[in-house]
Design a protein around this ligand. Sequence first.
Ligand SMILES: [Zn+2]
Length: 350
Amino acid sequence: MKAAVYREHNKDPRKVVKIEDIEIPKIKHNQVLIKVEAASYNYNDLWGIWGDPIKIPLPHISGSDIAGTVEDVGENVLDIKKGDRIVGYANLTCRVCGKCTSGKEYDCLQRQVWGFQTGPLWGGFAQYTYLPEVNVIKIPDNVSFEDAAAISMVGLTAWHMLVTRANIQPGQNVLIMGGGSGMGIAGIQIAKLFNCDVIATAGNKEKMNKCLELGADHVVNHREPDWYKKVRNLTKDREGVDIIFEHIGKSVFPKEVSLLNMGGTLVSTGATTGYDSEIDLRYLFFRGLNLMGATQGTRGGLEEIIKWTSKGKIKAIIDTVYPFGDMVMGHIKMMESQLFGKLVTTPQKL
Ligand SMILES: [Zn+2]
């Protein structure tokens, strides 16, 4: 089979990521073999290629978001059958510890992100791959492989932030920072699913317009110095913001904290502009704020995302689909350009 393999780290993916012929993997009793039809890109693919900020097993196949068809199943696999259309759930956890068995698999100390921390040669940018049965979810016929691969990681993470962590309620106002990013696109749509009043932010006019097309009620340019004053004006009726969906970090964090209303919640899943932020602690205690973090999410959260995608209430937004022979160009585009939506490659189409 063909797979996108790298055997050493490099800052330029073109120098190390090569399409190679390697053996189709053999599965164990609890695993399923998957013919990969679509795989989408994430920033952790670049971290793996760079070997920075963490080292990963080499030789390596990246790719944590896949959809495809089940080709074979191990003898102890119960619910998944050959021919099933599935999407992968990239959180590999122990499934027996106290965290896993109380529904908090995201806090499992054994947790690994498949396709990033796993290997050697175990990831999604390949014509075939394998996962434990518990890490695949069946997808309905009306959800395409490309859409399933594109929505899975960002959808699951955004669902976890808003639903599991921030306990979103109908009628709240929700500030989606970076609404034009993969995460933001999912966040806007989930908040609208809950009939919230959504204020999205974006860094340019084109992305601002696209946020409105996705259903945001208001949009603000977070690169303008007085962006937070506009948000404050828009949220006067509730004396501030109920929930802030945050992944931008240092450049906006102190202002975000000042925007929350009494008992308001900020949930963070990243810090693109820097992580050593300041905070005025008076807001934290006087307003009884909830500042919380989130990473990825649960298998159940991914089932919800696929269900709402099937119903047409959440849309996967795809920027570009690359034939597999050109897949390294996806890594380059992610490094160099402003995207609106996900990048996808199709391993069966060279
Ligand atoms: Zn566990």
